[in-house]
Design a protein around this ligand. Sequence first.
Ligand code: ADP
Ligand code: MG
Length: 241
Amino acid sequence: MLELTGVTKTFGGVRAVQDVSLAVSKGEVRGLIGPNGAGKSTLVNVISGLLKHSSGQLSLDGHLLDPLSPQKRAEQGIGRTFQNLRIFPSLSVMQNIEVARTTGVRSGRGNNGWITEAVAQFDLTDKVNIRADALSYGHLRRLEIVRALALQPLVLMLDEPAAGMNEQETEALSEALNWVRSQTNCAMLVIDHDLKFIMSLCEKITVLNMGSVIAEGNPTEISENQKVIDAYLGENHQDAA
Ligand SMILES: Nc1ncnc2c1ncn2[C@@H]1O[C@H](COP(=O)(O)OP(=O)(O)O)[C@@H](O)[C@H]1O
Ligand SMILES: [Mg+2]
């Protein structure tokens, strides 16, 4: 489905992403973790086309993404949320969703009849007619995800979706994402520092450190991996508890 081969992104002298190879299959929910500055957001930006990679190759469903603009990649089925929210503030919740849905339909991925149910799953039903700038932070975050889903993505990338959420909100988010998984074939790439959230949601986890993949495996393998413990888990134990 999504395949990266030897992808590198440099900023001047900084190798933010270094020779990353990664394959995410249809319907897979992949976790992407690592310390601050590891290159996680840069990788998502490179996949969505917001940043042009320095070398390597990216493909979706066998089609090369490299030459495509972010807009074209979204049309091809690369959906994402941003660590800093990007919602149209003066549009209503439903209008924000509709803009994305129209793009998905135009791109020939059919009409998602389950979008009303998605709105309910993400606790937005009674918010559909209010302006996005009147939403609480937690609801804005959920709108971001539903909007990205409305595009009918083949791959949905979520950059720190649980950031700023309390335990109860994170639990609800996890349930909603599991519902998405049960309803669609959409693959997901989920970045977060909340390891409990990541480990319960994802069947496989990739760990980045200083731009490079240092480990890949199921949650148990990752939590027992010495390289991962040294680079990340050691300093992050409180968050994981
Ligand atoms: N636009 C940019 N210009 C220069 N350096 C950047 C830019 N974006 C990220 N970096 C650098 O790339 C590295 C990886 O950053 P980032 O991808 O944001 O890490 P993460 O999301 O894992 O915390 C960091 O050293 C960061 O300072
Ligand atoms: Mg980041």
